[in-house]
Design a protein around this ligand. Structure first.
Ligand code: C5P
Length: 431
C-alpha cells in the first residue's frame, strides 16, 4: 500500500522512526513528509534511509512532478504522527503552507492523525475544536495516550505506541471504523472500569491479553434477538487465569450468565459487529488475543424499529439473515499484515457427523482461520454450554501434537494459559 507518513515537530518524532519501520517491513511503500519543525528533532537523512525515498518538506522541490498534488492524490493512506497542536490547527483550518498540509488537502484515502503534546495544549479549547472539526470531516484523530510527558509532568498527551498506531492505521485502511482510543468506550458498548489493571508477577507479567467471552445477541426488533447458549464461563475462567499469570487483561464481554472476574478491564458488547469493533481496537496493543466468545455467524438483515407483530392476514414473518464478519480471521490478517508478534487463539465448538469427526473438522477450521492455537470442544445440547466442566483438545498451527485438557473450566483455562505462555516463550522476538 502506498502510504504518506507526515511527521509533526514534536519530541515524539523519534518514535515515528519505529512506526516507519513497521510499515516498510510489512511491505508498504512509505513517503515521509516531515514539517520544518520535525526536521529539528529527526533529520531528513533518517527518514530517507528508513523509507528508501527522498524526503522534502518544501512545495518547491520536484516541482516538475507536481509533488504537492501527486503525493496526497496517490496515497492510499495518510498517517500523521506526532500531530502537534500547530499541525492540527493548520489542518483544521485548511492551510496549505508546506508540503504536508498541501498533501492533506489532496488526500484521496483515509487519514489517521496521532496527536502528541502537553496535556494543557491537548485540553485547550482551541485544540479540542480543531480535533472536532477534523473528525467531523472524516479524519480519524486518535486520543493521545496518558503517561509521562517530555519533562517531569504526566497526563494525556503522549504519542500512542508505534504498534498501536500501526494497527489502527491498517484497520482504517482495511475499512474498519477505528475508535479514537483504546481507553475510549466502544460505541454501543460500556466499559465497567477504567484502564486495564497492571498484572501481578507471573509468566505473562508485562503482557496485555484480550479475551472475548459469552454469546453475541443479534437484535430482530427492540425485544427479540438471535442468541446462543454460551454462558461465558470458559471465557471468564480464562480471564481469571491470565490475570493470575500476571497479564493485564481486557475482557470483551458479550452476553454472559456469570460475573466478570475482579481485576480485569471489562468492555461490554452486545452484537458481533460491536465485538468486532472492540476486538480490532483492543488487539492493537495486545500481545495475546483469545476469542472464546460464541459469535453469531449471521445477523438479521433488517432490525425492526418496533416489535414485529402478528399479522392480521395470518402470514408468518420471514427473517433474512446476513453473514457477520469473521473476527478471528480478520485479527489474524491484520496481525500478519503488520508482521506483529501476537499470539491469537481461537475456540471451536464442533460436533462430529457422518462425514467427519470433531478433530477432522477442527483441523480444517484451524487451517481456515490460521490462528496459532485452536481450543476444540465437542458440543451438544447439554455438553459444555453452561456446564462447569469441559474437555478440550488444543491444536497448534505449528503442527505440534494435539494436547488434551479436561476438568473444571478453571482447570481448562489454566491449561490454555500455560500453553499460551509456552508458545510465547518459544516465539523468536522480532529483530
Ligand atoms: O467458525 P466458528 O464460529 O466455528 O469459529 C469459532 C471461532 O471463531 C471462535 O474463536 C469464535 O470466537 C471466532 N469467531 C469470530 N467471528 C465470527 C465467528 C466466530 O471471531 N463471526
Amino acid at each position: 500500500m502506498r502510504i504518506v507518513l507526515g511527521v509533526g515537530g514534536g519530541i515524539a518524532a523519534y518514535k515515528v522512526a519505529s512506526l516507519l519501520r513497521l510499515f516498510t517491513e510489512a511491505g508498504h511503500d512509505v513517503t515521509v513528509i516531515p514539517t520544518e519543525a520535525a526536521t529539528r528533532f529527526v533529520g531528513v537523512a533518517t527518514w530517507e534511509a528508513l523509507s528508501g525515498h527522498p524526503v522534502s518538506n518544501s512545495v518547491f522541490d520536484e516541482v516538475h512532478t507536481v509533488n504537492h498534488v501527486r503525493l496526497g492524490h496517490e496515497a492510499e493512506l495518510i498517517v500523521v504522527a506526532p500531530a502537534t497542536a500547530d499541525l492540527l490547527a493548520r489542518a483544521a483550518s485548511g492551510q496549505a503552507n508546506d508540503l504536508l498540509t498541501n498533501t492533506l488537502l489532496m488526500a484521496g484515502g483515509p487519514v489517521l492523525m496521532a496527536p502528541a503534546m502537553h496535556t494543557e495544549m491537548w485540553q485547550h479549547a482551541a485544540t479540542q475544536a480543531n480535533v472536532e472539526t477534523l473528525r467531523s470531516r472524516g479524519v480519524t484523530v486518535l486520543e493521545p495516550a496518558s503517561g509521562r510527558l517530555t519533562g517531569a509532568d504526566s497526563g494525556p498527551g503522549r504519542l500512542p505506541e508505534p504498534e498501536a498506531i500501526f494497527a489502527a492505521a491498517l484497520a482504517l485502511a482495511g475499512g474498519a471504523e477505528v475508535p479514537d482510543s483504546p481507553d475510549t468506550p466502544v460505541p454501543g458498548a460500556s466499559s465497567q472500569s477504567g484502564a486495564p489493571l497492571a498484572g501481578a508477577a507471573g509468566p505473562l507479567s508485562g503482557l496485555t491479553v484480550t479475551i472475548s467471552a459469552g454469546g453475541t445477541r443479534e437484535p430482530l426488533d427492540p425485544v427479540r434477538y438471535l442468541g446462543n447458549r454460551s454462558s461465558g464461563k470458559q471465557g471468564v475462567a480464562l480471564a481469571a487465569a491470565a490475570r493470575d499469570a500476571g497479564a493485564r487483561v481486557r475482557l470483551l464481554a458479550a452476553h454472559m450468565d456469570v460475573q466478570a472476574p475482579a481485576g480485569v478491564d471489562v468492555v461490554r458488547v452486545e452484537t458481533a459487529l460491536e465485538l468486532r469493533e472492540a476486538a480490532l481496537h483492543a488487539a492493537a496493543d495486545s500481545d495475546v488475543v483469545i476469542m472464546a466468545a460464541a459469535v453469531a455467524d449471521f445477523r438479521p438483515a433488517d432490525v425492526s424499529g418496533t416489535k414485529i407483530k402478528k399479522r392480521d392476514d395470518g402470514a408468518d414473518p420471514v427473517i433474512s439473515l446476513v453473514r457477520n464478519p469473521d473476527i478471528l480471521r480478520e485479527l489474524v490478517e491484520i496481525r500478519d499484515a503488520a508482521a506483529r508478534n501476537q499470539l491469537i487463539v481461537g475456540f471451536a465448538a464442533e460436533t462430529g457427523d457422518a462425514d467427519g469427526d470433531v478433530l477432522e473438522y477442527a483441523q480444517a477450521k484451524l487451517r481456515r482461520k490460521a490462528c496459532d492455537l485452536l481450543v476444540v470442544n465437542q458440543v451438544g445440547k447439554d455438553q459444555v454450554f453452561g456446564q462447569d466442566s469441559n474437555s478440550v483438545v488444543i491444536l497448534a498451527r505449528s503442527g505440534s501434537e494435539p494436547q488434551e485438557a479436561s476438568g473444571s473450566k478453571s482447570d481448562v483455562a489454566a491449561a490454555v494459559i500455560d500453553r499460551v505462555s509456552a508458545e510465547l516463550s518459544r516465539a523468536v522476538p522480532p529483530a
